[in-house]
Unconditional design. Sequence first.
Lengths: 445, 201
Amino acid sequence: MRLSVRRPGALTLIAALVLMRGAVAHAQDSTLTVRIGLTYSPGTKPGVLVLPVNGEQGDSVRKILQRDLDFSDRANVIAGDAIMMDTSSDGSRGKFNYPLYARLGAVAMIQATQTSTGLHVAVHDVRTQKVERVKDFVLAATPLSPDWRQQMHAIADAIEFWVTGVKGIAATRILYQSGGRIWQIDSDGSNPMPLTSAGGLALYPAWHPKATHFTYTVMTDEGTRIVVREMGANGAGTSRTLPARAGSVNTSPVFSQPDGETLLYAHGFDSGTDLYAVATAGNDSPRRITVSRGMIAVSPSFSPDGRRIVFVTDRPGGLGLYIADADGTNAEALTPFNFGDKSQRTDPSWSPDGRLVAFQAEMGGASQIYSVSPRDRGSPKQYTNEGRNEDPSWAPDSRHVVFTSNRTGSWQLWILDTESGRPRQLTHAASGAKAGAWSPRLVVH
Amino acid sequence: MTRTHRGIALALLVAAGVSGCRKTPETVATPTPAPPVPGQTCDSACQAARAAAEAAARAERERLEREAAAENARLSAIASARATLLTAIYFDYDASEIRGDARAALDAKLPILRANTAVQIRVSGHADERGSDQYNDALGQRRAAATKRYLTDNGIDAARIAIVSYGEQRPAVSGSDENAWEKNRRAEFEITAGQVTTPPR
C-alpha cells in the first residue's frame, strides 16, 4: 500500500483506493486529483533536476531545495556538473534543454526564479516538455534567516507534493535534549537552538499536535516535574509546571491526539508508577488511567485518532508494550511475551498514519529500533543494527523516524528512511543529543 | 561495629575520669614551695616539692593528652557514623528489592538515625544506562521508595526521609560495562537537615 504513494502507476493507485480506508484513503484521494501528470516507472524514484537559480541567494535556494528533495528519499535529485556547464539552458530566458534533462534521468525539472516578492517556481514535465505547475511564493523573512530557510523548506515540500503526490517533511523541526536543556533543530540539521535555560535538567520533549506548545520533564532535588511551555517566536514563551507531590516522579508527558487538550504522563511516589491524564489548561486533578499495583507504566503514545494509547509496562509477563483505550481500559499486550525472551520493549511511538508502532528492543545492553503493526501484530521489523539505537519518533510522513544512536561514539540524533534504510546524522552536539521528537508539519508564515 | 562501640565507650570513660580528677594537682601545688636556690643543696622538703611539681605537670600533660584522644575518638566516631549513614546501597539489574548486602548497610544506618533524631535524609534512586530513560525514572523512584520503606519498617519516622529519582541521569561512574552498571544501580543518601552529633551506642 505504501508503495503506491511513491509509485503512482494506475494499477497500484486503483489497488490503493480499494484497500485504503477512512482518513488515509481520503488523503490519497486528494493527492490523485492535484497530482500533475508526470509519469515514471513504478519501482523507481522520479529523477528531479533543479536548474541553477538566479540572484544573490540563488545558490542557497537551489542547495536547500535539492537537499530537501534528497532528504525526502522520494525523489532522485540529479546534481552534477552537466547541468551547470549547459549553456543552452537559461530559465530566466525561457530556454530549456529537455533532451539533456531526459538523458540525465530527470522526469521533472524545477525552475526557480527569485522575484521582488519571493520565489517563482515552475515544475516542468521533461517528457512532454511542458510546464505542469507554476506558483509564486512570498518570501517575507530576511534572506538566509531561520524563518527564511523554513519558508524555503515549505516550498520544497510543495514541490515534492507536485512531483510525488506526497507532501514533504522539510518544513518541520525536531525537539531534543542536550546538556540538560531542550533544543530545537530544523529537519535538515540547521539552526540548533536551546529553548530552556541552562543549569537545569530538562528531558523528554514532546510536541503539541498543533505545534503551539511543547511539554517536557524537569528533574530536581524535590522530584521530577512536568512542564508545559508555549512555543513562542525565537524560542520565547511562558511555561507552567504542573503541581505535584514533593519527591514524586512525573515523567514522559505527551499531548493527546489530535487536539492536544489532554496531557498524559507517568506519575509515581512510593507504590509504583501509573499513567495519569489531566486537562492541558485549567487546574483539574489528574485522573489515574492505569492500575499497575506497585509496578510501572510509563512512556505513553497516542494513536492519531486519539482513541488508543500504547505504553510501556512491567506487568507480570515482562517489560513490554501494551495498548489500551485512551481511558486505560481494554489493555492488552501489543508484543506478545515469549517465555525465555528477555528483551525489553520500550519507548513506543505511534505513527501519524496509525499503521505502525516504532519502539526500541533491548537485550543485554544492545538496543535496536523496530516497528510492529498494531492491527495485525505480526513479527516486528528491525530497522537498525549499527551501535545502540533508542527512542524513535515518527516524522509526519510516517516513513522517516528520528532516533538516538551512539554509532559514532557519542549519543546523537539520526534520521532513518524506514523504506530504503538510508540513515543520516541530524545533530552534532558537543554534549550529545537524545530524546528526539519530530514536529507535525509546521505552518510557515 | 561492636569493637568500635567498645573503643568509644572506653574513650568516654577515660575522658570522664580525667575531668573528675581535674582539681587534684592544684590542691597539691598550694602552697607553692620556695624554688631551690642555685648552688644550694636541695633538702628533702625541697626534693619533695620538686617531685610534686613534676608529678603535677605530668598529670596535667597526660590529662590533656587523654582529653585530646577522647575528643579525637569522639570526632572519629561521628565521622564514621556519618559515613555509614551516607553509604550507598546497590541493586540487581531491573530490580528494586533490598539485597542482602544492602540490608546490612541499611541496618548499620538504623542506630545512627535513632541516636540523631534531628537528622533528616533524602534517598535518591538511580538506574544504570540500560533500558529506556523514562522507565529508569520510575525504576529509580521504586528503588528510593523501597529503601525508605525498609527504614520506616524498622522504626524510622517517615517524615524524616524524603525520596527522589534521578533515573539514569546522574551516573556514579561512566562506562558501558557491567562494572559501571552495577555501581550505578543504587540508592544514595544525603543529609538535608540536622547533623550527626551522637555516635550510636
